[in-house]
Ligand binder design. Structure first.
Ligand code: HEC
Ligand code: HEC
Length: 448
């Protein structure tokens, strides 16, 4: 059940608490701790973190509601490179097509996310049922893309940021590489953050397309779409069933496989918290238990610890190149110390300064973009990708949205997305470096 632990001790992370932005801390407070990849943020309740982590690691079966179609049996089976919660080797499959020049996710055949497996035959109340599996390729699909599993370390700090921080980041970026703030509708509000309401908007900041506004919503989304486990929660006394409907193979109508069969071995919503709590009576405001645990675990994962850099080293010279106006890596892969300061929204400690090396904004990456979007998106919109956060890069294996390479130079060269690509100039500037400069830049990246 436990994922691999990392072989080397990652010493030297200084988690700095910004005195000025946190009323709880004394003016001169500055605490630093040595953390390893996968550790909890300082101050996290260890028992609660261990229980939440165990839930994230737990493998589910059909009696728990797994399926009918799914991609894996546990969150950890995908998220485990370096430590539990890490990136993964799993590459998901997305598909769609263009109809009259706009993106069609082929939702009527189960797109744009293809589930790779089905629970197969199962028996409920004497009925012999079968889950089926998504056909590959789905009928009509012309666009295919891979999606690498991303790491989760430090994301609770990102989740805690108010929308205004992302607007500020965009306003600081040079026009040629300026990112887009992706405001999306909240489908599941996190009760730990009072600024969130179902149907309101929040800046999408999670996933390769920055399409998801919070870790809580991502948890319920991943539970149903990756594992086939449907949930309901209570948002301010109102039952929330946004993630309560099973995916069926190629979106077959309910019970179509064999008449009378439930969608999977567990009829109805698998973990129907809203019903258990009498439809949220009495103003209950709580996420379903597993979703709450996944959210707690992820929210309290500390950021990946960087290696300290000494002045005058190759790493130091590489950092200067990374921040230079010629390369403009830091124009998108940002670490603005005044922006990246956590708030207490979502339940994480306020005042933690962090360096994600991302703006969490969308950029037109030209031909590097994966061509996947939401129904009705123009081709230009489907080329947009979120700046990949570079913290923890040295514990990573596969790189880029489809995991096409393990080679950091190749990942940088791939920023050349042609005429439309906002990363094209950076790729050209990298290619123009001397080999000594390239090796300095790579030495810096190896500290992240
Ligand atoms: C089958 C593999 C798989 C499983 C199982 C899985 N994930 Fe993921 N996860 C992914 C992939 C792939 C992405 C990138 C998705 C995208 O952006 O399209 C991702 C992204 C995420 C993100 C966004 C991180 C970021 O960089 O913004 C969160 C949060 C997350 N997963 C949480 C979970 C949770 C919680 C579970 C268990 C309920 C889970 N995942 C199960 C593959 C998986
Ligand atoms: C216009 C914004 C932008 C600029 C400028 C930029 N990047 Fe990126 N970077 C991105 C985006 C977006 C991705 C994700 C692309 C994808 O996979 O589709 C990315 C991905 C990466 C990755 C792969 C990370 C991963 O998790 O897979 C590396 C490494 C990287 N960039 C390094 C650099 C370096 C070094 C520079 C400067 C030479 C640079 N980038 C300049 C936006 C940018």
């Amino acid at each position: 059940m436990r994922g691999p632990t990392i072989g080397i001790a990652l010493a030297g992370l200084a988690l700095v608490f910004a005195a000025s932005s946190c009323a709880d801390l004394k003016d001169d407070t500055q605490s630093s701790e040595n953390l390893a990849l996968g550790d909890a943020l300082p101050g996290t309740n260890a028992t609660q973190f261990a229980a939440a982590k165990a839930n994230f690691q737990a493998a589910e079966g059909a009696p728990d509601g797994l399926g009918p179609i799914f991609n894996e049996r546990s969150c950890m089976f995908c998220h485990q490179t370096g430590a539990v919660g890490g990136a993964g080797e799993n590459i998901e499959r997305r598909y769609g097509t263009l109809t009259n020049g706009v993106f069609d996710p082929l939702a009527n055949t189960g797109g744009s996310l293809r589930q790779l497996f089905g629970i197969g035959g199962f028996n409920v109340g004497g009925l012999n049922c079968n889950s089926g599996v998504d056909a590959n390729p789905a009928p009509g699909a012309t666009i295919f893309a891979g999606r690498l599993t991303t790491p989760l370390f430090g994301l609770g700090l990102v989740d805690s940021l108010p929308d205004s921080r992302f607007d500020q980041l965009a306003s600081r970026e040079p026009a040629a590489i300026r990112g887009l703030v992706n405001r999306v509708t909240i489908a599941l509000a996190n009760p730990a953050d009072s600024s969130q309401a179902v149907g309101g908007t929040r800046v999408g900041r999670f996933g390769w397309k920055a399409g998801v506004p919070s870790l809580g919503q991502f948890s319920a989304d991943a539970y149903v779409n990756e594992m086939g486990i449907t949930t309901s929660s209570c948002n301010g006394g109102v039952a929330n069933r946004a993630f309560g409907t099973e995916n069926r193979a190629n979106r077959a109508p309910s019970n179509a496989v064999i008449n009378g069969c439930p969608d999977d071995a567990v009829p109805g919503t698998d973990d129907d918290f809203a019903t258990e709590t009498n439809n949220c009576a009495g103003g209950v405001n709580q996420l379903q238990d597993d979703v709450k645990n996944f959210t707690f675990f992820m929210a309290h994962l500390a950021p990946p610890p960087p290696v300290a850099i000494s002045a005058g080293t190759a790493q130091d010279r590489g950092r200067t190149l990374f921040n230079s106006t010629a390369l403009q890596c830091s124009g998108c892969h940002r670490s603005d110390a005044d922006i990246f300061v956590s708030t207490s929204a979502g339940g994480v400690p306020a005042g933690v300064v962090f360096t994600p090396y991302s703006d969490f904004l969308l950029h037109d990456m030209g031909t590097l973009g994966d061509g996947i979007g939401n129904a009705g998106d123009s081709v230009a919109v489907t080329r947009r990708m979120r700046t990949a956060p570079l913290w923890g890069l040295r514990s990573r294996n596969l790189l880029l949205h489809d995991g096409r390479t393990t080679d950091r130079s190749a990942a940088i060269a791939a920023h050349n997305g042609g005429a439309n690509g906002q990363g094209t100039a950076a790729a050209a500037a990298f290619s123009a470096l001397t080999s000594a400069q390239k090796s300095d830049l790579l030495a810096f990246l190896a500290t992240l």
